[in-house]
Write a protein that binds this ligand. Structure first.
Ligand SMILES: [Zn+2]
Ligand SMILES: [Zn+2]
Length: 276
């Protein structure tokens, strides 16, 4: 494996459920969930939360890759709200393929996404023609424009959600958010799908106490992530989907506590990058 095989992974939004502003929420960022993976001049994005707007802004200089794959975990608003604010969508040169494993047919996917972004909730999005909506199947790899493949796997979340495993030139990243741990079959499926990955991104929205009080809300704790990462034999563990109520100080405290148990772990911050 050479340096050119590396995937450069970057966090553009690590907040869950809702944008979180304020002077005490700067270090970890307020934007909702969005991750960028660059390799070989190509780009793959996982989730289109409000962090996608900042990513588009950062791509304003050199021409962006012509073909971009955007993998959606699900269509809750914190995961799609950045899409109409992603500047490359408005460029004639860009082909944006948006993947979801939640629908049987491309038409159903389009109808659901269009419904989510329709008046009076949102002005009609006019650029659907440049967005190619594609359906994927759990366990079936789809080819990425940047090279390699993305394979969806089931998560436990209200209305359903699918994580993604991205493989390219011997490197692998799995994203398992949004997910509520506790269903033995689904947790085992995640451990299998994430086997041997270099980086596992995990939904750590709640503390263990909060998880107990919010069963059915669809989120997990960092401690539950350790169990699944251990079963998967995952390398580094990235905790994400931070509760909007959590300040920088609170998240830093959680990270210290978690690292004392498992040093190979980071609480995601907007701007965090790592070559995989
Ligand atoms: Zn979410
Ligand atoms: Zn959700």
């Amino acid at each position: 494996m050479s340096e050119s095989d590396e995937i450069l992974f970057q966090v553009w939004g690590a907040r869950g459920s809702l944008f979180a502003g304020g002077a005490d929420r700067i270090a970890f960022g307020g934007d909702t969930t969005c991750f960028g993976l660059s390799a070989g001049g190509g780009l793959t994005i996982v989730d289109a939360g409000s962090g996608l707007r900042a990513m588009g802004e950062a791509m304003a200089g050199p021409p962006p890759p012509v073909e971009i794959d955007l993998l959606l975990t699900h269509l809750h608003f914190d995961h799609i709200c950045g899409l109409p604010f992603f500047e490359p969508v408005f460029s004639e040169a860009t082909v944006l393929r948006v993947w979801s494993a939640a629908f049987e047919r491309d038409e159903d996917f389009r109808a659901a996404l269009e419904r989510a972004m329709s008046p009076p909730v949102f002005p009609r999005f006019r650029d659907w023609d440049r967005v190619r909506l594609c359906t994927a199947r759990a366990g079936m790899p789809v080819p990425l424009a940047m090279g390699g493949t993305a394979t969806p796997f089931a998560l436990n979340h209200p209305d359903g959600a699918q994580g993604w495993r991205i493989d390219r030139a011997g490197r692998a990243i799995a994203i398992a958010a949004d997910h509520e741990a506790g269903d033995a079959d689904i947790d085992a499926g995640i451990a299998k799908a994430a086997r041997g990955v270099d980086l596992l991104v995990w939904d750590a929205m709640y503390t263990d106490e909060e998880v107990a009080a919010r069963r059915g809300w669809g989120h997990s704790s960092w401690r539950q992530g350790l169990a699944v990462a251990g079963a998967a034999g995952a390398g580094h563990l990235l905790m994400t989907h931070h509760d909007p109520g959590r300040t920088d100080a609170a998240l830093a405290r959680m990270e210290r506590e978690a690292r004392a148990v498992h040093p190979e772990l980071t609480f995601a911050r907007a701007g965090w990058r790592r070559a995989i």
